[in-house]
Design a protein around this ligand. Structure first.
Ligand code: NDP
Length: 334
């Protein structure tokens, strides 16, 4: 159908997730790793060999804008620390390349709007790396909630945490991460609250948790808990933390319940309704995400809202409000 055409992807920032993504993309039908952008000449060399990326498709952060003149790159995938997403998305769009951004989209909602605007002005697609939109267990949670299979959803609990944190890592830097676990993990919980109810939250209350490792968490929170209210009266309660492991989604509707645990990390996913265990294939979600986005670009179709920059902006508006609520101790309207 696409005459063997594949979307040529340049990965920006060759860190841990880029490494995982690149290995998973070996299963893709509609795209391939074709470009590399890194601050490390060693990585450019070793990744270049592994992924068969010629020298002319390898860039550093200084000469990255030259990608404009490279017809062998269609899509730029930004997998950098959060606070760098905005600049690189804008630079990629100005180079007339389609843009894919890892979560969280940026570090505040205003930056997301700017990214959306520049992509529009340059007539390029803007997609979010929201892999769970292609993952069967999470898609079932969306279906059960949004289609009101067990009636209207009343209560959601969505939490994600890991015991993690090392001195010097960018996730503990306010400047590079924009915040703590709310930015990196909480964004999934906000997403889940929104995709299970199919609604946009109208207000939030939030509380920072205690800081247990004072030497590490000098700039960003170690834990945060919040409560979102939705127009229907549904409530979503969440914790994101680097002080404990937790990975679950739970929804209670008028006539039944459904849940996943593990829910958000790379699986294997497990889930059940109040009636039975869920039984879906464990898929390569990274490859599924990349193929789906690439097909949309190949077909020249608009990016569907739920994986577009618009979706990233909607989540970021909620994250901004959660921080405001935790800082002020007040309920914040969204
Ligand atoms: P890493 O720290 O492993 O990698 C980040 C890379 O960014 C570095 O290796 C480096 O690449 C580059 N970089 C450029 N400037 C800096 C800087 N000042 N400090 C640190 N790194 C820098 O992070 P992750 O791969 O875990 O995360 C990257 C992004 O991906 C984040 O936005 C994160 O939220 C997202 N992510 C998404 C996941 C998902 O499941 N969707 C899972 C994990 C992360 P180089 O040496 O090549 O220049």
């Amino acid at each position: 159908k696409y005459e063997g055409k594949k979307i040529k992807v340049a990965l920006v920032g060759l860190g841990r997730y880029a490494e995982y993504m690149a290995s998973q993309m070996k299963d893709c039908q509609y795209c391939e790793v074709a470009g590399l952008v890194s601050g490390s000449t060693e990585k450019l060399e070793s990744w270049g060999k592994e992924y068969n990326v010629p020298t002319k498709n390898r860039y550093n952060y200084e000469n990255f804008d030259k990608i404009k003149d490279n017809p062998d790159i269609d899509l730029v995938y930004i997998i950098l620390p959060n606070a760098m997403h905005k600049d690189y998305a804008i630079r990629a769009a100005k180079a007339k390349k389609h843009v894919l951004v890892e979560k969280p989209m940026a570090v505040n909602a205003a930056d997301c709007l700017e990214m959306i605007k520049v992509c529009k002005e340059n007539n390029v697609q803007l997609a979010m790396g929201y892999r769970l939109h292609f993952e069967p267990y999470n898609m079932e949670m969306m279906r059960l909630g949004q289609k009101e299979v067990f009636g209207k959803v009343r209560v959601v609990e969505a939490s994600l945490g890991y015991f993690a944190g090392q001195k010097g890592e960018w996730r503990l830097s306010k400047k590079l991460a924009g915040g703590g676990p709310l930015m990196n993990l909480g964004v999934y919980c906000v997403q889940a609250g929104r995709y299970i109810t199919g609604e946009e939250p109208i207000s939030v209350t939030a509380q920072f948790g205690p800081v247990l490792r004072k030497e590490l968490f000098t700039e960003v929170e170690e834990s945060i808990t919040w409560q979102l209210e939705f127009p229907s009266g549904a409530v979503c309660t969440s914790t994101s933390t680097l002080a404990a492991g937790i990975d679950r989604l739970y929804a209670s509707a008028e006539n039944g319940r459904f849940e996943l645990s593990p829910a958000i990390s790379y699986g294997p996913f497990k889930g059940r309704t109040h009636e039975k265990e869920m039984d879906f294939p464990q898929i390569n979600q990274q490859a599924a995400q990349m193929d789906a986005i690439s097909k949309i670009i190949l077909e020249n179709k608009p990016m569907p809202d739920h994986i577009s920059g618009l979706e990233g902006w909607k989540d970021m508006k909620v994250l901004d409000a959660i921080y405001k609520a935790a800082e002020t101790g007040q309920k914040v309207r969204i």
